[in-house]
Ligand binder design. Structure first.
Ligand SMILES: [Zn+2]
Ligand SMILES: [Zn+2]
Length: 104
């Protein structure tokens, strides 16, 4: 049985209490060979499964093999945080992204 706060948090699609977006970003940027992460949003639709969307900026010359490896590493890390539904958009450095200013 969920309490009122939990239900409200879910309705507002609030970031789950046990996940800190800044920490997660710092961990990923440190552990994995990526340039930058932005547009990170984490939410839960039922209080149990966590959903994530984010943009990952990589070197213009990154190889296909490395990109595949990178995505696998990111998803593994997210799994450890109980984030099992992740949508990761890969961007090259030269791309102009207009979603870089939406951090909470
Ligand atoms: Zn955003
Ligand atoms: Zn972006």
């Amino acid at each position: 049985m969920k309490n009122v706060k939990q239900v409200v948090d879910i309705i507002l699609e609030k970031t789950p209490d046990n996940i800190d977006i800044d920490n997660l970003k710092a961990e990923l940027e440190k552990e994995i060979n990526i340039k930058e992460i932005h547009h990170v949003h984490i939410w839960s639709m039922n209080g149990e499964s966590n959903y994530l969307t984010m943009h990952v900026v990589i070197d213009n010359n990154e190889t296909r093999e490395n990109i595949i490896k990178l995505k696998r590493e990111i998803k593994k890390h997210l799994h450890e945080k109980n984030i099992n539904h992740a949508t990761i958009e890969i961007e090259y450095e030269e791309e102009k992204c207009n979603s870089t200013n939406c951090e909470p």
